[in-house]
Design a binder for this molecule. Structure first.
Ligand code: FE
Ligand code: FE
Ligand code: ZN
Length: 280
């Protein structure tokens, strides 16, 4: 099954947003966990919201949504209050998402702001050990990052190190969201050699940890560490590489989310393009 969707603002609940993406030609979606203009965590629209969404995902028509933590969070901040705020709000979001069967929750590992990688590994893994719980429904995903400034998570080795410090069985619900723009900017040749990059991911992290793809082109050449997303085919990542990824056996069943600079119409066009490029 090919699952593809994009960033949407949550309207009419999680189920309503699933209906919206179906109308746009997709079958999964990504939302922020909080309204970017402020306000609390985006809860279910009512008692029926999660139940109806779970029915739809159980039938296979729609893949459970990916919830993205706000960019202001920093699990490895220098300021203890920012770390505590990040931990408490992420925990609150995970508790809310637990009503959605198989939801995905994606976050940026953070910026170590000069404290160094070792300190960051400790902060990030300690936080995950304290906010995850046994038997949770949601998969918590570390996003691969472009390596801007002191950003953690640019290399697969860094992500593997964080994962290795999260205790079992919590680790069973921990995974990775691979962002094609970010790894390209981080120096991985995803455009030239997509299978080589996936093999490297498998060797360092294990392909079974890969639970979602952010499918974006990049405005900058490989290794630029800039993190500026581009529409598919308009940047430095070839459409051949995109085509390879959406058709390769290693990624079968893994949902793809567009985070390209588009409005809903533009997203619908890119979704249609991807469905055309899908050969199986
Ligand atoms: Fe992100
Ligand atoms: Fe992303
Ligand atoms: Zn980005």
């Amino acid at each position: 099954m090919f699952y593809v969707g994009c960033f949407l603002t949550k309207e009419g609940g999680y189920y309503g947003t699933a209906r919206k993406i179906l109308g746009m030609g997709g079958n999964t979606y990504q939302v922020f966990t909080r309204n970017p203009r402020g306000g609390g965590v985006l809860k279910a629209a009512g008692p029926e919201d999660f139940r109806k969404l779970n029915e739809l995902t159980a039938s296979g028509t729609v893949h459970p949504p990916l919830a993205h933590a706000p960019y202001v969070y920093n699990p490895c901040a220098k300021d203890e209050h920012i770390r505590e705020f990040t931990r408490d709000t992420m925990r609150e979001e995970l508790e809310m998402l637990d009503g959605i069967n198989g939801a995905l929750y994606n976050f940026h590992p953070g910026n170590h702001v000069g404290q160094g990688e070792e300190a960051a590994f400790v902060f990030i893994s300690d936080m995950l050990n304290s906010i995850m719980w046994e038997g949770m429904n949601t998969y918590v995903l570390l996003e691969t990052m472009a390596g801007k400034g002191t950003e953690m998570g640019r290399t697969f080795e860094e992500l593997a190190e964080i994962i290795s410090r999260v205790r079992s069985p919590l680790r069973d619900r921990l995974g990775v969201c691979l962002d094609t723009c970010h790894i390209h900017d981080g120096g991985y040749k995803i455009s030239e050699d997509p299978q080589g990059v996936l093999d490297e991911f498998d060797r360092v992290i294990g392909i079974e940890r890969l639970r979602a793809i952010h499918l974006n082109d990049s405005k900058n050449p490989v290794g630029a560490r800039k993190d500026r997303h581009e529409k598919l085919g308009d940047g430095y990542i070839s459409l051949e590489a995109v085509k390879y990824l959406i058709n390769c056996d290693d990624l079968e069943g893994i949902p793809f989310y567009l985070e390209t600079p588009n409005d809903d119409e533009g997203y619908a066009r890119e979704i249609a393009l991807l469905k055309e490029m899908r050969t199986k």
